[in-house]
Design a protein around this ligand. Structure first.
Ligand code: HEM
Ligand code: SF4
Length: 547
């Protein structure tokens, strides 16, 4: 017997290729919200309906509607923006959003606090600099990630071209985004079809990333489909293909869990787009459309087996996958600070705590980046929520340093802080069970002082926190992962690998800060005393039987 399809499948089927009643809903002035079904559809256009959860109790007391606003997320393959585009996004945050830009763990920018009447103008501003928010959320292929920086080497540039080609190929063909948000005019539906997705798109979200070793900054084991660039004599000859990673889980539901992806073979660079189509259409045809909790590609592969999956993908390819090649990753962080490429240009990977670009007191990061955008540089969002100011001449480099200094912005932070990442969580994310972005900085301060006591201040340990088990900051593969469970309490996961290739173990449930510090203090002491040269914290706690 076939299981009943989930309600989201009906929403997609009846949506006329992602239109629903969005156009009418955005006109309705009586509410800042939109209908429940449209809330699902608007995600396909890169937008979430949210509300300010800090204000909920007060507004409920006063019998007011929630303080609704929208979050809009850009589609920027590989996170690359020109300085003109960056400037336009900076202005957008001030004119239509909450005066901040949120760089995301998937190399995008989110704008929070966009009220209904500002939504169309905001998207028009985005469109005017040749950017969009198409498919940045929803049951489609999302923003394609790629190891930054395309200006570092020809190989990096080639990897980005692959990311762009995949992004374009897997873009929904529906004209709904332009029709609803930009043009106000009906595009003849008879002209449209979705040759790859079909009318019901994918069973669930789909995420793709490309890594150029030795950096695993994109975390290739954490997405549905990933490519590991294989180099011979400094030339990119093709990619190892990784499938079935995914972070999301649900507390108390043992049928859901985070998984790292598996390498299933190798393809030439020319075949990368065809492989993406083969993997995506396999998931389209076989993914679970009844139970959304089990609808990601990782479960399709768990349920049917990796061999079955490889055969199914190969059957859809003109040239089957070849055996995987050797590769080596050294870590999943960013190479912070200044780097100079062979062409003499300078590139600064600037630390941005939890990706939040704002002006707070004397720390005026947002103004600094805006001033820097007057230079002929590119801005690249990294998968660790930092920003690379790329292609700076030697003269521009001096101006950039002076600008950051005069705005109170330090280039670097402690090793732990640089390797730490939090998801957004409260107050905007409707799914958050705990704080994350607003809390992690103070926890890092406490952990930093503990590490300092043991002479471990220079040790980069990956620390990641999320406000719920969905895992937007990829906490399950961190060396120390904290996953929000109840207000003020987190599940503590330990023992992920420094290169992101291993799932951490659940060590303690429902731990408050005192418990977390109490567990980690003796571990840091042991690590300081007994670690082998160059041994990473995640490896040490496993080898030493501490978890
Ligand atoms: C069922 C699973 C998931 C759901 C329902 C979900 C939902 C959400 C929501 C509602 C937000 C917006 C929060 C805000 O900006 O206020 C968000 C942010 C985000 N999510 Fe997820 N998410 C899930 C899993 C994941 C996973 C596994 C990843 C990556 C591997 C991810 C990547 C992101 C990114 C990059 C952001 C932007 C903010 C940030 O960088 O933290 N999400 N997610
Ligand atoms: S991990 Fe959970 S709380 Fe954090 S942004 Fe994602 S959905 Fe929201």
């Amino acid at each position: 017997m076939t299981e009943k399809l989930s309600h989201n499948e009906a929403i997609k089927t009846n949506s006329r290729l992602l239109r629903g009643t969005l156009a009418e809903g955005l006109e309705a002035v009586a509410t800042g919200a939109i209908s429940e079904d449209d809330q699902q559809l608007i995600k396909f256009h890169g937008i979430y309906l949210q509300d300010d959860r800090d204000l909920r109790p007060e507004r409920a007391k006063r019998k007011l509607d929630k303080a609704y606003s929208f979050m809009a997320r850009l589609r920027v393959p590989g996170g690359v923006l020109s300085s003109a585009q960056y400037l336009a996004m900076d202005r957008l945050a001030d004119e239509r959003g909450n005066n901040t830009l949120r760089l995301t763990t998937r190399q995008s920018i989110q704008f929070h606090g966009v009220i209904k009447t500002n939504l169309r103008p905001a998207l028009r501003q985005i469109d005017s600099v040749l950017l969009d928010t198409i498919a940045a959320c929803g049951d489609v292929n999302r923003n394609v990630m790629c190891t930054p920086n395309e200006f570092a080497s020809p190989v990096h540039a080639q990897a980005l071209r692959t990311a762009e080609a995949i992004s374009t190929h897997l873009l929904p063909r529906s004209g709904a985004w332009r029709e609803i948000f930009i043009n106000d005019e009906q595009i003849t539906q008879a002209l449209e079809e979705e040759p790859i997705y079909g009318a019901t798109y994918l069973p669930r979200k789909f995420k793709i990333a490309i890594a150029v070793p030795p950096q695993n900054d994109v975390d290739v084991f954490a997405h549905d489909l990933c490519y590991i660039a294989i180099l011979e004599n400094n030339t990119l000859v093709g990619y190892n293909v990784v499938v079935g990673g995914g972070m999301g889980a649900t507390h108390g539901d043992a049928t859901t869990y985070p998984l790292v992806g598996s390498v299933i073979g190798f393809c030439s660079a020319d075949d990368a787009v065809a492989v993406a189509q083969a993997v995506v259409t396999t998931q389209r045809d076989f993914g679970n459309r009844s139970n959304r909790r089990r609808a990601r590609l990782k479960y399709t592969i768990e349920d049917r087996g990796l061999e079955w999956f490889r055969n199914e993908v190969n059957a859809r390819l003109a040239k089957p996958l070849a055996p995987a090649r050797e590769y080596h990753f050294t870590g999943n962080g960013d190479a912070m600070g200044w780097h100079t490429s062979p062409d003499g240009l300078h590139h600064l990977t600037l630390f941005i705590e939890n990706g939040r670009v704002a002006d707070v007191g004397n720390w005026r990061l947002k103004s600094a980046l805006k001033a820097i955008a007057a230079q002929d540089v590119s801005f690249i969002i990294t998968p660790n929520q930092n920003i690379i100011i790329a292609r700076a001449s030697t003269a521009a480099r001096e101006i950039i340093e002076a600008t950051l200094a005069s705005h109170g912005v330090a280039l670097r932070a402690s090793a732990l802080r640089e390797a730490a990442m939090a998801c957004v969580a409260l107050p905007t994310c409707a799914l958050a069970l705990t704080e994350s972005e607003r809390y992690l900085p103070s926890l890092v301060t406490r952990l930093d002082s503990m590490l300092g006591e043991h002479g471990l201040a220079e040790q980069p340990i990956t620390l990641r926190m999320t406000g719920c088990p969905n895992g937007c900051a990829r906490p399950y593969i961190a060396e120390i992962g904290l996953v929000g469970r109840n207000p003020g309490k987190y599940n503590l996961h330990l023992g992920g690998a420094h290169d992101g290739s291993r799932i951490a173990k659940l060590h303690r449930e429902d731990a408050d800060e005192a418990t977390i510090l109490g567990i980690l203090a003796p571990m840091f002491a042991d690590y300081a005393k007994h670690r082998q040269p160059a041994e990473r914290f995640g490896d040490f706690v496993l080898r030493h039987g501490l978890v």
